[in-house]
Structure formats: structure tokens, C-alpha cells
Design a protein around this ligand. Sequence first.
Ligand code: ADP
Length: 542
Amino acid sequence: MNGNMMFQPLLISSLIEHAEMYHGDTAVISKNTDGSMTHSNWAQVAKNSKRFANVLQSFGLSLSDRVATVAWNNHRHLEAWYAISGSGLICHTINPRLFPEQLIYIINDAHDRVVLFDKNFVHLIVSIKEYLPNVEHFICLDAYDSAIVDAFPEVKFYDQLLDTQSDQYVWPELEESLASSLCYTSGTTGHPKGVLYSHRSTVLHSYAISMPDSLNFSAMDVVMPVVPMFHVNAWGAPYTAAMVGCSLVLPGPMLDGISLVNLIDQYHVTNALGVPTIWQGLLTAAHQLGSQLHSLKRNVVGGATCPPSMIKTFRDVYQCETIHAWGMTETSPIGSVNQLKAKHAELSEAEQFKLRFSQGRPPFGVTLRISDDEKSQQELPRDGQTTGHLQIKGHWIVDTYFGKNSNALTEDGWFDTGDIATLDADGYLSIRDRSKDLIKSGGEWISSVELENIAIAHPEIENVAVIAATHLKWDERPILIAKKSATSQITETDLLNYYTDKIAKWQIPDKVIFVDTIPMGGTGKVLKKDLREQFGAILLES
Ligand code: ADP
């Protein structure tokens, strides 16, 4: 017997409808590409998204056609997002920091029929447009600009298109399993692959991350997603913001520390989301500017390991609770979030703090296990000690990559993340490394993450990466690539001595290489592949 309850499909359009109806006057503030600010609200965002849905309809697109966006976090991008997915098309967010060849590959692989782009990407789009045979409409997310038309005669302008359309549009009743958006993995470890989210997976993910033990969004918050909308949908923040009716501050293209501190202070941001490199820049800028970041109560850190020293600075200096979360493109992205439990109140402050370093535990809706091999079904103990291949399943986890026929899962239906981790009995996850970044020294594993966390805590060190270098005797040994602060006189010996008593002697790196810059990928992660190519043979040279 079925239950006698209403059935309503879980649709992305219902999020924007809710925000329009119950939180219409809540602010959505956005920095434009020229640095000016736009003050809007959920009612206005909803109206413009309906206008843009009418524009898309006028193009004669078919259900599930792909519409790409190459844009920063701003109000037009947000409106277009809801218009695209809400009207049954697929919003394909693209990372503009990719190489032009990768952009071309991704746009063609996805068969995008429309490309929306921010004004500051016009040269990029002009340089690749002749290689995009499937794209019928190029839309600049801005007001009309004759200078752009000179370089790009066929371009259309978002604001002009909106002016031609009514804000009356009835969101279609779609199947909840229909695809809503498409995001390619950032390719840190291999060729980009498309992950195709559904309306259902997105709405369920939004519920999960809004909860107090998760990213903890409420209608009282002013949320600033610094993580770009092209990086796994800004970790779902713009969807959850509409669901709970919080205020949004969209930082546009200026993601340097000073710009972010100013936004936080001016608009009283209470919760912000970003990768560790963003927070590193913000902490330096807050110190320089003498800001206390008064309004910031929480910040979410993910995408790469958050160094414990950073969590401590946010807590001790700024009274801001850092929420360390783990996820990936294939997991929508949230797979675990670090929040404590009631029983932890009995622990000492030091013990509580130690617990907060880990990547946290899974919210309802996903399950984690570690296994002895990528393909294996042999679960390893959840004892907080045993290290294994991290696997996941749940409502918002990829099943099959876009355009591929066979699924990406183990035989018993789990997705192998490529991460190496421990899990404890409560499900607290500690990422030890990516399987490709682990250092295998004389048959023992050394975690590059652990070595990086120690070095980054040194006050004269700005950024680090530990990689495996080939070694004749031990196969691989760790070497440390470090960027020191401008005034630092630190030497290789000083930095190696800093490891003494913090880690077993045999795990201390063999060498330190000081560099001016550490190569970062488009989503703010260290490109270890490049570093391995450059320095991987250095221990063979002497
Ligand atoms: P790519 O795999 O191309 O870098 P993703 O952005 O999907 O693209 O990256 C996911 C990976 O990032 C995870 O598999 C994991 O290795 C790493 N990661 C994400 N969050 C964390 C975290 N909190 N701590 C450590 N590593 C993390």
C-alpha cells in the first residue's frame, strides 16, 4: 500500500519560487566585473530568471540542451542559473581558468548550444569561438557595449535580451530525475570528466548542507560563496541560500584578500565558503587592514586540506568557527562536514580542537567506507587508524560520467574517490592523501598532507607542497617545495629542523626547494603533477 501523501517533484525551480514568495526582499548583493556593486533581492533575481527563461525559450532549444556559463559569482550568473535549470535545460558551468584547449574540449564534449560569459572573458571567447561548431548564441552577461560588438559582431547582451521579455513565466513541471547542471572535474589528476547532476540530487543536497550539523545556513545569515559557481556549483551554496532565504554576497572576479575583507566588513557577511588558499589571502589581508572580521561567525573550508594552524587563527584571533568539509565534483560536492557531537563536550579543549582537524562526518544521505583496494568490496575497520581507499554512495553521488556508457562504480555500487583516508567509529573522516600523491618510501606510506601541515604552520612560510621524488634506494622520498614570506631568511636546514619531534624521523623530507610561486590549478589547488614533472628526479641528480 502506498502512502496517501502528495507527490511533488524535487525541482530547482521550486527553490527560486520559494525565495521569491517568502524572502523576496532579502538582499542579493553582487560585485560586477568592473568593481561596481549591484544591490538586488530574491524577488528581482526570480523575475529576471523568468525573463531569461523566456529568452531561452525564444531560441527554440530542446529539453536537456546544454547552456554554458563562463562567469564569476554575480547576480546575472545567478539569474541565468535558475533560468537554465528551471526551464529544463542543463546549466554547464565552466572554469574560465582552464587552458583554451581544455575549454574547447569541454564545450564541444558537452555540445553546448549557448555560451554565456562575463565581460572580462570576451577576448577568451573570441579566441576560441571558431572552434565551437555547436554554439549558436554567445551572450555577454552585461549591458550593451559597442566596443565588444566591434570585436565580436554576433554577440548578444544579457541586459538587452531581458528587456525584450516579460517576467511572466510558468516553471515547467519536470521529472525530478531530469539533468539540471553539468560540471567537469577540474582535471587536477587527469582529463576533465563531466558530472551530470539532477534536480532531485541537487535539492536533496541543498537540504543536507543547510542543516546545523552541516554548513548551517539560516534566514539570519549573510552568506558569501567565494568558491566559484563553476567549482561544483559553489558547493551548492546558491541553491541552499534560496532554500533558507538567506542574504547572498557574490564577490565577482576580485578574490584577493583585501577585496574579500572589505566585502565581509561592509555587508556584514556571517558565513563564507572557499578553498584554503583563499583563506590564507584573507587572513594576511585582515591582519594588514587591522580588520577583526566582526560579523564572520563561520567559514567553510574545503577542496583541499585545511591546515590546523588556519583553523586555530580563525578561532583564536577572529572568533570564527572554521567548518572543514570534504567533497568532490562527483559528490555534488559535500561528503562530510566537521561538526562535533554532544559527547565531545566532555573532552578537553585540546582534544576537541584535534577532532576539528579532520574532514568530519557524513550528513544523512551519504555513506562512507574505506576499502583495501580501489575496486575491492572488502571494507576495512572504522577504527580511526586503518588507512584505505575512500568510497562513497548516496543520493547526490555520481553514477556514470557524462557521455560514458559504463558506470563509474565498484561492482557493489560504491564510487571510489581516489582519496586515501581513515574513518573512525562515528564516521569522522581523515583524508591522508590522494592515492596519486601518497609517497611510497621503502614500502611504507608517507602522507604528503601531514608534512605540508607542519611546514605551513611555520610563521615564515607562505605556501608549500610535498611531492614524491624518485629515489634509488627507497623508490620514493618526500621533498618539500616551499614559498617563504618576502622578508624571511629561513634556510633549508631550519625548515627541516622544524620537523624534529613533530613526526617520525624517517618521514622528514629529504630536501627543501624554495620557489617564488607554487603552481595552482583553476580551482585553487596545487598542481602536484607539474611539480613532480619539474622536481621528481632531483634526488637522482646528486
Ligand atoms: P579535482 O579532483 O579535479 O581536483 P575536485 O574539486 O572534485 O576536482 O577535487 C576533489 C578532491 O579534492 C578530493 O578527492 C580530495 O582529494 C580533495 N579534497 C576536497 N576537500 C578536501 C579536504 N577538506 N581535505 C583534503 N582534501 C580535500
